[in-house]
Design a protein around this ligand. Structure first.
Ligand code: HEM
Length: 140
């Protein structure tokens, strides 16, 4: 019978490679510094994207980035607290449609790829963001 690798024998064989997928998702994003770096590129993408630019060009982008870092940190089970608005209040009256929502998700994926976030970790985040369209998309 084959012994399953455990944390204990991983310590006994420190040179054995650890499967990166076994790291907590928050760590796969590089922890809080990783999220801060990710959000900088995400916001650059949102401003460069003609579909999302109109929403963000006159917004307080530094504030949004800081809130996103805390929100994603919480979503990824990191040691943070999100004190921003709920998603319905934050996006009320903005007339976000499905195309804008999808464009934002793509801009996030582009940023995650640039930061070499493993796909399985990316998908865990995206799966938690996807249902938020119910609070955010208000324009048919
Ligand atoms: C899953 C998708 C989304 C998430 C998780 C998200 C998250 C957030 C968060 C955390 C904030 C800050 C709330 C606060 O200030 O307390 C925010 C604000 C904002 N979001 Fe989103 N958002 C999403 C989709 C979108 C989309 C699709 C658009 C437009 C294309 C958008 C445009 C904005 C804008 C313009 C603000 C700033 C509002 C203000 O200045 O008060 N968001 N969002």
């Amino acid at each position: 019978q084959n012994a399953m690798p455990s944390a204990a024998n991983a310590d006994a064989y420190p040179s054995a490679p650890r499967d990166p997928a076994l790291k907590p998702v928050f760590d796969q994003f590089g922890g809080k510094p990783g999220l801060i770096a990710l959000m900088n590129d995400f916001m650059d993408n949102l401003v460069a994207d003609p579909v999302t630019r109109p929403y963000f060009e006159n917004a307080d982008r530094n504030h949004i980035k800081a809130e996103l870092v805390d929100q994603f940190c919480v979503i990824l089970d990191g040691p943070c607290t999100y004190t921003g608005k709920d998603m319905a209040s934050a996006h009320r009256g903005m007339d976000v449609d499905r195309a804008a929502f999808n464009a934002l998700v793509q801009d996030l994926q582009t940023a995650m790829n640039k930061h070499d976030i493993p796909f399985r970790a990316q998908n865990k985040l995206l799966a938690k963001l996807a249902p938020m369209h119910r609070q955010i998309v208000t324009k048919p």
